[in-house]
Write a protein that binds this ligand. Sequence first.
Ligand code: PHE
Length: 455
Amino acid sequence: MDEHKQEEGTKSNGGDQFSKSGFIFAAIGSAVGLGNMWKFPYITGKYGGAAFFLMFIICLLAVGLPVLMAELAIGKGGRGSVSTSFNRLTRQKGWGALGFLMILAPFLILSFYSVVAGWTMYYAVQSFTGRLFNSADYSAQFGSFIGSWQPVWWQLLAMVLTAAVIIKGVSGGIEKFNKILIPGLVILLLALVVRALTLDGAGEGVSFFLRPDFSKLSAESALVALGHAFFSLSLGMGTMITYGAYVDKRQSLGAATMAIGLGDLLYAFLAGLIIFPTSFAYGIEPSQGAGLVFVALPAAFAAMPFGSLFGGLFFVLLAFAALTSTVGLLEVPVAFVREKFNWSRSLSVVVVTLLVFLVGIPSAISVGGAVGGLQFGDKTFFDWMDFICSNILLPLGGLIVTIFVGWVWKNAAEAAGLKSAWFNVWLFMVRYIAPILVVLVLLYSAGALDFLFKG
Ligand code: PHE
């Protein structure tokens, strides 16, 4: 029965799958993204430095990696797009529909993530050409850029590049792209770490980043660490299920999971060694999000010898990290549409890309406010998309995965290829620990636990 299912699945993808190393590259590419650079260092500095880092590692080990492996196993066992994989692995009704939720999430995330990917490319060009440094008011520069229609065109460029990769398929497109970009990413990262650590005053930044302050550890910081572990490993959004469907049948998921987790962690750590020394050396308040990357850091690059070069390289690094993630996001709805409507890969890619682009336009023009003024309540359209996806859809997706693998699907061990002792540890985590913690994150993100954290 299983054998039959596997053949059927492989056939529906024309036998196009990852090589063993190609899969690791692609999965690390998906995990390593904007989140590692503009969120991780900041929350680490804010919530206790090395103490928080330790907690993040615990969250990664106790929840992130088990859920990552669960997603990969669903893909490997089901060998189809997210909802097909669920449907193939159980006779229970309704799982395919729940899986659909995990197709919607990456679609929506991509619509605003690609906007930011566009910004990074624009900033790379501005920095290399030196135009970024013509005026020292970086906040005004950023404001006038995002307040114009330009971000729409840069988002389109990000989507076209992503589509151009996906259209070539799994081994010829996604795998090749990641195999070129990831080594590039590592070289850029190391060059920038060396640059940052050799700046005068870098030590202070390193110590802010890593000085352990256990007094800052709290239930809240644990939930922040857990939420970030999820986002950072690209969980709850179908990406890892979809990539899992393309793994070689002999691939060991245990080893792959460790490699992906380690790669993501290492990148996040090195990102911190760029952000904090650079900020502190130039007296910049380290913050998170767009403000850090597009407003604060340009001031540091401006003051640095060869700043336009290092700034340009930094934005290229971000663009690489973003594009290897957008590729993973786009493949999720594309795989679904292909199966559902029996369309060719090219047609599916073109249609989905166009839809993502259209849905992304309000995000692209809402951040600046000048064009759209798309403000609802206390958030812009962009912020709402981010909030709904990262804080609600993503933990919900994680919950669906843990319940499915922990309680519904009986042959998980076989797909994961785990020996019994490890399998039992994994199953325990996926059954009990992960769902409880994920529900807590969900409640926390929705503001339902605010009363616990007052005062
Ligand atoms: N993990 C990516 C990051 O850290 C974000 C992402 C989430 C990418 C889900 C793909 C899927 O930025």
